[in-house]
Design a protein around this ligand. Sequence first.
Ligand code: AMP
Ligand code: TRP
Length: 340
Amino acid sequence: MPASKAKKNRILTGIQPSGDMQLGNYLGAVKNWAKNQDIQTNFIPVVDLHTITVKQDPQELKKQTFSLVAMLFACGIDPEKSTVFIQSHIQAHTVLAWILSCTTPIGWLERMIQYKEKSHNQERVSAGLLTYPILMAADILIYDADEVPVGEDQKQHVELTRDIAERFNNLYGETFVLPKAIMPEVGAKLMGLDNPLIKMSKSHAHVRGHAIRMLDDSKEIERSIKRAVTDSYNEIRFSNDKERAGVNNLLGIYQVITGKTVKEVEDDFKDARGYGDLKSRVAGVVISEVEPVQKRYYDLLNDPAELRRLIQKGDNSAKQYAEPKLADVLKKIGLDRDGN
Ligand code: AMP
Ligand code: TRP
């Protein structure tokens, strides 16, 4: 194994430029990648090619892509330490995806839960919806990623990526690292404010009162938290009881942001006057966490030249890994340009 691989864990995760980033994505994922960027190598592609498996408005797609890149940097991802880039700018991904689609049995794709759900009851299903996980496999394998942080719904796709890699390695010799899916720790999972039994999610971010979106202003954040579902126990403590999931979630959000222990958090609320007080204090810490991120986001978005420069930098650094890897694959299958 080359020395560079033994040194730092290589983490890769793709984020779709669709929907608004919400507090769960930030606290459960992006903030940790930023925290760990000195001890691990982060590759973060904005996966615009995955987003077009569902019809998109071209202008909107472009806007969302730029906006997501700006948000990632605003969340503390450092362009000097991590590689943030745009998937469609690195054509090696799509070439590798084609090659892998030639070694992947259709049956493996047809049993993907997400494919079954998304194609169910659809009159016309695009080939892209079926082959989507192969592109995801290419995203991961082309960088020799060791770990892939994902939500539960993407775990099966990472397992499929391992199968795809293993099959290619068996057919053509050792080529790809077998990646592992990693999930957020249980305590770090934010639940919906409107329904604390389901995960706070980007795909429900448009539902009023469900999520705290990273770009919500302080009034909106206060309003969403004030409306959050609680219970009638009027007791401020952590609990696994389903009925108390709302209060538990609010305390969890407070805990992840402040970094305090369970006891410290409960102590902080000893003098609280009911759930109204709990909610305003939670809103207070959320707002002070989110405001500086928003400021950095708008500063960057108002400087498109700088944003383009950072994207170019990320693209260039991604290419330095992806292109030699693709060249190796092409050679192994006899598609290189060497005459002998
Ligand atoms: P998703 O938006 O579901 O594609 O998730 C992108 C990343 O954010 C994954 O690493 C998820 O584990 C993380 N994430 C998404 N929603 C939450 C949440 N409610 N709480 C904690 N982490 C989350
Ligand atoms: N399929 C993932 C999703 O829908 C996004 C994605 C694309 C991804 N390529 C990836 C995630 C590579 C992790 C690694 O959320």
